[in-house]
Design a protein around this ligand. Structure first.
Ligand SMILES: NC(=O)c1ccc[n+]([C@@H]2O[C@H](COP(=O)([O-])OP(=O)(O)OC[C@H]3O[C@@H](n4cnc5c(N)ncnc54)[C@H](OP(=O)(O)O)[C@@H]3O)[C@@H](O)[C@H]2O)c1
Length: 188
């Protein structure tokens, strides 16, 4: 469904098997932080490789609604349609209306774009809009505290760091590779 793999294991017969543990890692990372996404009204920024994994995983976890925004609107529309096909009970849409409306209506916001990695990157929206009832998640690993997460913390929101998603993938990758544990590795 995601259209990509992020782990490839070689079987004893030499064949290769690929899987994508981004989505499960994302959910496991949130669970480790005690965050339950069920029934949440989610606003997701991004529809790239990782964004696709996150969208399918959020739908599988039973979010109430998923609104996807992306610079390339066609990718957001395609992803929304694919998620609806896989999870018809989930209300999913791609949005290009004013971002303020989407932010105001969401109680869970996730950034899956790479916006926020660079010091000069534009903000996704006016972060002064964030309110304490919103959970804010960013899957960027470096910097750990992106401008979005810093603003969300200052606003009193519960935040979820990108590194949790990465860390939660280690055991999943170990299982796929059939090894006991992955050595801790810095994510750069
Ligand atoms: N924590 C983890 O375990 C984990 C795992 C995977 C990825 N990530 C992180 O997730 C981020 C995205 O990775 P990816 O693999 O999904 O990359 P990708 O497939 O290249 O997708 C990039 C996404 O960012 C958007 N984007 C890029 N530049 C933008 C800009 N200037 N303005 C607005 N939107 C922009 C793209 O929009 P368009 O479609 O319009 O180009 C797309 O939605 C990266 O920061 C990566 O490090 C974290």
């Amino acid at each position: 469904m995601i259209g990509s793999v992020n782990t490839v294991a070689r079987r004893p017969d030499g064949s290769l098997v690929g899987d994508n543990v981004d989505g499960q890692g994302y959910l496991d990372g949130l669970a480790k932080d005690g965050i339950d996404v069920r029934s949440r009204r989610v606003l997701q920024f991004g529809a790239g490789g990782a964004g696709r994994a996150v969208a399918f995983s959020l739908a599988s976890a039973g979010v109430g609604e998923l609104v996807i925004r992306n610079r390339n609107m066609g990718r957001a529309v395609a992803l929304a349609q694919e998620v609806i096909r896989a999870y018809p009970e989930c209300v999913v849409s791609a949005s290009d209306r004013g971002v303020e409306e989407d932010v105001r209506e969401a109680n869970f916001i996730v950034n899956t774009t790479s916006q926020g990695m660079g010091v000069e990157d534009k903000l996704l929206f006016d972060y002064s809009m964030l309110a304490p009832h919103q959970i804010v998640s960013d899957i960027i690993m470096v910097p750990e505290m992106t401008p979005l997460l810093k603003a969300a913390k200052d606003a009193g929101c519960v935040i979820a760091l990108g590194k949790r998603m990465t860390e939660a993938q280690y055991p999943l990758v170990s299982t796929l590779l059939g090894i006991d544990a992955l050595p801790p590795a810095p994510c750069h």
